[in-house]
Design a protein around this ligand. Structure first.
Ligand code: HEM
Length: 921
């Protein structure tokens, strides 16, 4: 029977993340091939259908762009799909960021009342390079800008004289236009999970805290400074800190009590950032990069206090920068649908550039959030069914005996006041019915369960009549606030940000039920108030470039505010440096785009903070903001995902109880099997019938150690000819390469420095495979290790299949000729005897099967062999052991149990074994 042959021609990999033989990836790919691949995988950056949007933009740049033409999305698609080094894409991104930043005046021209301009008192206690508690001194030329306790800015002064007097009753507006009907659940069209909105909740609590007595005042600072964790005044910051010289904060503590009224996923996310602070502080102390830190117990009180403050502030800088990176990668990636569409490109509002005029574009100049931003960020309609049920239960607890949808403003305010007054010490706050453990921490299992529940829980669609009925009172308050602030109308707001104002209610929302109801309430589209206009507007479909899918105006305006918020913060821009954050801290905040999450910083946080609950490859860790169910179906439809779907673990991570049923041995074996199968594309089903004869053949060839002894002497002799010094570790590293590559598998081993396929390259390839398979205990690095190992596997299998094909078909077959032409100038054929024998004992198997099986039998442990032998040699080089030397000199028999005992002893005592491995992580 003729065997099924593997294709021998090197494949051009047009899907970079689909594992194929990637010889160019090893030896450097040409730019044009890379660009071609990127265009194919990402999709066309521009199509004829995009023309109307560009024409509309050119025609209406001054009078207002028609956002139904999706200009914004088309520009985003253009930037995200162009090749990575496209100058045009970079220029376009600079222009877009410039436009978004200049959407708002800097500093704002108008406030809800006169800001306080006395020098902030905190300036003396916190050095310039660290964040003050209240956001003062963030903008050096306007030190009070964005400080907690200042009034909201106003971006759009309203000049419209309304013909609607008085404005409709907020309760009636809610019931008519905003209230979600019972059991009327529309899943979020972009597949966003409720965890996405829990994260959004953290963001809004970081920057908005409308003072309950004076609505013009924002008690939060206007910066993403994680005040939810640290607090927004000195007193709160003090109460959260341990002050023990380590820079730590209290276990799992956070400062914003409002989070306790939110669904448990919001608290669980806050706990992650609280833990992350302590993780970072410990790293800073242990690495002690500048040599100025000491063990706190060795310090005098004054020194300890100073050290504690320094570590605390640096750790906060790192923690907030990490928070920002999550916002820019995972969160904005979700808003723009980039994660869903498998794109690594992100909008980077922090970048440094010059204007056309050569002026340096402004960064770090401060920010003050506006009332309009507050209005457009009230995303209550996206709350999931579970969240809705949770709010209903909570309202029943804080206001017992009342139907939540009929609570009055006074009742609500009184209940919140009572609840806040009863707050215990910050260290014992709990949420979601959780209990703290003895050390003050919540159990990892509880936090992971809550977060995973929220990932599995699909959010709801934004839409008119989408806000849960239980939020009635909250929305009424929102409308009352907006009116008290003198907020502009929806059309005034659209005009301000350059969008075409609506001419009719049906243009605003084409659903007849909605537009007729709105018309009845407001009479004229010009009277439509901002809050309602934003929340009940027609929503964006989930097209490329659109992931959040809120109302059209929100989707445009949110980007301007996001850019101003981040670009205006000097700690995220001009002061975001290794000097301030420490080198480790700075690098810790860097994004790895080939991590299986398209640059997932929340992924990194989950893997680092809850490693036992987020296994490597889990979609719950890689895509926490997308519902796994949605993701599975969207990936199944996308051809470009075909090569990576199998690399993810789609099951919900095991609970503690389920995990207890898996023995440690089973865990190790399952993990190894999963990783081994990931190396093959398509994923392989083991053929046990061919495994046995191959395994026997390999054992037969490796039984004799004299080959190794001979090879070692040869390598030493060759090195001696070139250099009088011989590095024995280097020789030991290359030993398996020569043995496996040359004698068994037939890899080309060019010693000349001009060749790219040197033995050293093969050692790296072997090592990358062993590293991924055996030394891979941190799930955060699994994907990156896997990608390297896949490339190495493909290369090795390519040569292996080539030889097997030639030996199987004879060199006069088409395959044989191709193989010979392609591989002869590179390959050694010493492995022929071994491979021919393997072919004889596997008559029924295909070439691919034999190659895969041989690969699994021989390659994974090849580099381990070097590490083990090197550790033993190192150990005995440093330990005088005459008995061992004698034993080694007695070369009479090949396999000596006594030597095995020496090896075991060396390995058990040798730290070198461990060290060598950890160096590579
Ligand atoms: C179940 C989840 C949520 C609950 C129970 C909730 C509840 C509330 C409450 C009670 C207020 C204060 C009303 C007032 O005193 O004026 C509020 C305000 C607000 N909510 Fe929500 N909310 C939730 C989720 C969200 C989400 C997901 C977002 C958007 C991402 C959001 C955005 C806002 C904003 C921007 C404000 C105004 C804040 C301020 O002015 O201080 N909320 N919400």
């Amino acid at each position: 029977m003729k065997r099924a042959a593997a294709s021998l021609l090197p494949k051009i990999n047009i899907f970079p993340y689909i594992p194929q033989v990637e010889i160019p990836a090893f030896f450097g790919k040409s730019k044009s091939v890379e660009h071609f691949e990127q265009v194919i995988t990402r999709g066309p950056p521009f199509t004829l259908e995009d023309l109307p949007a560009y024409i509309d933009a050119l025609k209406n740049l001054k009078s207002g762009i028609n956002d139904r033409e999706f200009l914004l999305e088309k520009l985003l698609i253009l930037m995200s799909r162009l090749p990575d080094d496209s100058v045009f894409a970079k220029q376009l991104q600079i222009s877009v960021i410039g436009i978004l930043y200049k959407d708002l005046p800097h500093p704002p021209c108008s406030f809800l009342k006169a800001p306080v301009t006395t020098p902030p008192p905190s300036s003396s206690s916190v050095p310039y390079i660290f964040r003050s508690a209240d956001g003062s001194n963030y903008a050096m030329s306007v030190p009070n800008l964005g400080q907690a306790g200042q009034p909201y800015a106003r971006s759009v002064p309203s000049t419209h004289v309304s013909s609607c007097h008085p404005l409709p009753d907020p309760g009636e507006v809610f019931d008519t236009l905003l209230r979600r009907r019972q059991n009327d659940f529309v899943p979020h069209p972009g597949g966003l999970s409720s965890l996405f909105f829990a994260f959004a909740d953290l963001i809004i609590h970081s920057i908005f805290d409308t003072n309950s007595r004076d609505w013009t005042i924002n008690d939060a600072s206007s910066y993403l400074d994680l005040s939810i964790i640290y607090g927004h005044n000195e007193e709160q910051v003090d109460s959260i800190r341990k002050k023990d010289g380590t820079g730590h904060i209290w276990e799992d503590a956070f400062a914003d009590k409002r989070l306790l009224f939110m669904p448990p996923s919001v608290g669980a996310l806050a706990v992650l950032f609280s833990r992350h602070h302590n993780y970072v502080a410990s790293k800073i102390l242990s690495l002690n990069e500048r040599g100025t830190l000491a063990c706190p117990t060795t310090l005098q009180e004054a020194q300890r206090t100073a050290q504690c403050a320094e570590i605390f502030h640096r750790a906060r800088l790192v923690n907030t920068a990490f928070f920002m990176q999550i916002i820019l990668t995972d969160y904005v990636g979700g808003i723009l649908g980039l994660v869903r569409d498998g794109l690594t490109w992100r909008l980077d509002p922090l970048q440094e550039f010059r204007e056309q005029t050569h002026d340096v574009s402004q960064r770090g100049a401060g920010n003050a959030v506006s009332l309009e931003f507050n209005m457009l960020y009230r995303w209550h309609s996206a709350l999931s069914r579970q969240d809705e049920a949770w709010i209903e239960r909570t309202f029943k607890v804080i206001i017992p005996g009342r139907d939540p949808s009929s609570i009055t403003v006074e009742e609500f305010k009184a209940a919140v006041r009572t609840d806040s007054a009863q707050m215990p010490d910050i260290r014992s706050w709990t949420f979601g019915g959780l209990a703290r453990e003895e050390d003050g921490r919540f159990s990892d299992a509880d936090i992971a369960r809550i977060l995973q529940d929220a990932t599995a829980d699909r959010a709801c669609a934004f839409r008119a009549r989408g806000v849960p009925a239980v939020m009635r009172i909250v929305e009424i308050l929102g409308m009352e606030q907006a009116r008290a602030w003198g907020a502009c109308s929806l059309n005034e707001f659209r005009y301000f940000i350059g969008l075409k104002p609506y001419k009719s209610f049906s243009e605003w929302n084409p659903d007849p039920e909605i537009y007729t109801a709105a018309e009845r309430l407001y009479g004229d589209i010009e009277n439509l108030e901002l809050h309602v206009g934003l929340q009940a507007e027609e929503t964006k479909p989930p097209i490329p470039g659109a992931g959040l899918c809120p109302g059209y105006t929100i989707s445009r305006a949110i980007l301007a505010d996001a850019v101003c918020l981040t670009r205006g913060d000097r700690f995220l821009t001009v002061d975001f440096t290794p000097f301030n954050l420490t080198t480790w801290g700075y690098e810790h905040c860097m994004v790895n785009k080939v991590d299986g999450s398209y640059g997932g910083m929340l992924t990194k946080l989950l893997f680092h903070m809850l490693p036992d609950h987020y296994p490597a490859g889990s979609v719950y860790a890689h895509f926490p903001f997308l519902s796994p169910e949605f993701l599975a179906s969207s990936m199944a439809k996308a051809p470009r995902s075909a090569g990576i779907r199998h690399l993810y673990d789609w099951d919900r991570p095991l609970t503690v109880q389920q995990a207890a049923l898996v023995t440690p041995d089973m865990k190790v074996v399952r993990g190894y099997e999963r990783r081994l199968s990931n190396l093959h594309m398509p994923p392989r089903i083991r053929n046990e019938a061919i495994r046995k004869p191959i395994s026997d053949k390999v054992a037969e060839y490796t039984a004799s150690t004299s080959h190794f002894a001979h090879l070692t002497s040869e390598l030493i002799r060759k090195r001696r000819q070139a250099d009088h010094r011989v590095d024995i570790i280097e020789i030991l590293n290359l030993l398996p390469v020569y043995w496996v590559g040359d004698i068994m598998v037939g890899l080309p081993l060019m010693d000349e420095s001009s060749s790219q396929v040197t033995p050293e390259l093969w050692y790296k390839a072997f090592f990358s495979i062993a590293h991924y398979l055996f030394l891979n205990d941190n799930p955060a690095y699994d994907w990156t290790l896997c990608q390297k190992a896949i490339r190495s596997t493909q290369l090795i299998k390519f040569y292996l299949e080539s030889h097997l094909n030639r030996l199987s078909n004879g060199i006069l077959s088409i395959n044989g000729i191709c193989d010979l032409l392609f591989s002869n100038h590179l390959s050694s054929h010493k492995g022929e005897v071994f491979l021919s024998e393997v072919l004889k004992v596997t008559q029924q198997a295909s070439i691919e099967e034999i190659a895969s099986c041989l690969f699994e039998e021989i390659i994974p442990s090849a580099a381990l062999f070097s590490v083990v032998i090197a550790s033993v040699v190192k150990y005995y080089m440093h330990t005088q052991d005459d008995a061992f030397v004698l034993e080694c000199q007695d070369k009479g028999s090949e396999q000596r149990p006594a030597i095995l005992q020496y090896i075991c002893k060396a390995l058990s005592k040798s730290s070198a074994f461990v060290t060598t491995w950890t160096v590579y992580i």
